[in-house]
Design a protein around this ligand. Structure first.
Ligand code: HPA
Ligand code: ZN
Length: 346
């Protein structure tokens, strides 16, 4: 990748549609919040914590991710975390972000969902003033029971009213294997009846059958990850025809050993087959970079063309849960930028 193409990517207005806000907690912030709250971590220093970021699969990451999130207790903590993400997103020229949070990680420690949402909302409202629009998506932890997800949904109901401008959907994350989307069919049906947007992690470590289930049973509007769809040609064709987007997270896939290295990543093949692929950071504090770093690593390893990068950037806005007018305005911004900022001739 030429330096000018990297610069062009860096400056482009972009969407980020797959970011777990708890995965934006940098080690320094984890330690600062642990100190502020008197929470004892099982890592003696920032360096010791960073050394533990040598993941072998999704579960090995999740164990540390939940330990990191254990420092979040007060509304101010959720604000601090989200404000730091807003800074990073603005620095990467993210114009619109759709952010996941995991309420069950916090309620099991006695932290109310409303505490988490209030702190996140305060930082996102400030972000709006600075040019970052955003939505919030409540994710159910799939390693917990359906009953737990239903109780979480019921407890969150008032928040879907109070924060209707921000909290617009539900998702499904955590340990995928052995926890198929079908386990959560009823809670997703309730969310759908209420008009909420629906997403689910599927086909990250789990088989293509889980992507079919997410589409057929949960009726999701987008699939998070979905990279294992490549193993099922009929599914790839279905995704391409329906334009149900995949929120792909390339650095995450390498760190969690979904692919051996970035050159093996199937994003370019999916794109070539007409799938609406987007690029996102997942858990940027743990996986080595925010959204621009994900674009750089992918563009370089897969030798993506300017046209392919434009398509991915545009897919991000096309797949966003914004109004048609907002979508058009975001695409107009991208087009104005992309057309005008051709790399200078050498
Ligand atoms: N997969 C599943 N659950 C998650 C992830 C992920 O990549 N990140 C945070 N929770
Ligand atoms: Zn994720």
């Amino acid at each position: 990748m030429t330096p000018t193409l990297a610069e062009k990517i860096a400056g482009a207005p972009k969407a980020e549609l797959h970011i777990h806000i708890e995965g934006s907690l940098e080690p320094e912030v984890i330690f600062a919040l642990a100190k502020r709250n008197g929470v004892k971590l099982s890592y003696e220093s920032i360096e010791a914590l960073k050394r533990a970021y040598a993941f072998t699969d999704l579960q090995s990451f999740l164990d540390i991710y939940y330990a990191g999130a254990s420092v979040l207790l007060t509304e101010e903590d959720f604000y601090t975390m989200t404000a730091a993400y807003v800074e990073r997103a603005l620095a990467d020229n993210v114009a619109h972000a759709e952010i996941f949070f995991d309420p069950q990680t916090h309620t099991e420690r006695g932290v109310a969902i409303s505490t988490a949402v209030a702190g996140i909302e305060r930082a996102l409202a400030e972000g709006e003033q600075r040019g970052l629009t955003s939505k919030l998506i409540l994710c159910f932890l799939r390693h917990l029971s359906e009953a737990d997800a239903l109780a979480t949904y019921e407890a969150a109901l008032p928040l879907f009213d109070t924060y209707a401008h921000r909290l617009i959907g539900v998702g499904l994350d955590s340990s995928e294997r052995g926890h198929p989307p079908s386990k959560f069919e009823r809670v997703f049906a309730k969310a759908r009846a209420r008009g909420l947007k629906l997403v689910a992690h599927a086909g990250e470590e789990g088989p293509p059958a889980y992507i079919h289930e997410a589409l057929d049973l949960l009726k999701v509007d987008r699939v998070d990850h979905g990279v294992r769809s490549i193993e099922d040609p009929a599914l790839v064709a279905r995704l391409a025809d329906s334009r149900v987007a995949l929120t792909v997270c390339p650095l995450s896939n390498i760190k969690l050993r979904v692919f051996d290295d970035m050159k093996q990543h199937t994003l370019k093949q999916l794109l070539a087959q007409g799938v609406a692929v987007t690029v996102n950071s997942d858990d940027p504090a743990y996986f080595g970079g925010y959204v621009n770093a994900n674009y750089f690593a992918t563009a370089e390893a897969l030798e993506l063309s300017e046209q392919e990068i434009y398509t991915i950037l545009r897919n991000g806005f096309e797949a966003s849960f914004v109004s048609p007018a907002e979508r058009q305005s975001l695409i107009d911004k991208l087009d104005a930028y992309w057309g005008q900022s051709n790399p200078p001739p050498h």
